[in-house]
Ligand binder design. Sequence first.
Ligand code: SF4
Length: 327
Amino acid sequence: MQSARLTSRLVQLGGFLNELQTQYHRRNLLDSDPLEYVYHYSNPWDQEVVALVAALLAYGNVKQVRKSVSDVLARIGRVAESPSEMIRNLQGLGGRKSPYSKQVSREFETFVHRFNRGPDFVVLFHLISESWIRSGSVGGHFLQNLEPEGNISEALSLLIADWRSWVKDMGPKSAAKSFQYLLTSPADGSSCKRWCMLLRWMGRKDELDPGLWCQGSGLSGTFPDGRSLRASQLILPLDTHTGRISQYLGLTQRKTLDWKAALEITQNLSVCDPQDPTRYDFSLSRLGILDVCKRKYRVEICTHCQLLTHCKFALKSHQKSKKKKTK
Ligand code: SF4
């Protein structure tokens, strides 16, 4: 239960976050994000595949991430007319040993992105393909377990559990340690930043987020019992940037940026906007990605930052430097 003082502080913070959003939540900043690649395609099945690839590659330096997404899409382009055609041609788990699967494997043999290798992505493509066969789309698979009133936690854990068990059935080579890095789960306590980011893209619809798993999207015919993902069910994608700034703003007391911290921050952001707490994610992460916030108090930057009056870090650093000067 939040104290009235905390609630009133968060409501105030919401006003400043809205200003931050006005500055950074913009389509013209998509060139600093892997989400941009989703808009290179208009077919929703292509977009679902590209969103999964782009989100799961989103770790490390953003320039390298974008380069790797572009590389994966170029390789897909050499084996199929479109990402969705490749996924259909793979024919789920049953097509693992088909000549087409071997062709895709050869194409991806030399791909590397930090901890992940090409074969990890071939396994991922087969999982997507199997979900399409069983549920019509990965969104359809995910939504089977989404409680209408709950957050994404359980449905995400169950999707990952299904995929982990399918990978086990595919044999030990498929379940390589590097592949496991793609399948993080709330059940393990991980913040699941890349999955939460994917879900933000899927569960929000505005000038930035495509809302592919929202009501009325091009994939909605595959969703069970008319279900869909709502913005109020999302959890903030917690990475080094959003985590650090959330700590500066007192949105979490936790030092470890894990699933519990992501839940705590999202719950606090819900006071600012109960229907759409993750709408601040893109703006908060731009402060770090665009190197605006320097991890130190810089008068020329911090005095123009919308978050200054709530930034404990800047206020503390400012007081320290003032003390030093007066000594
Ligand atoms: S006030 Fe300064 S330190 Fe705090 S979030 Fe803004 S730029 Fe970063």
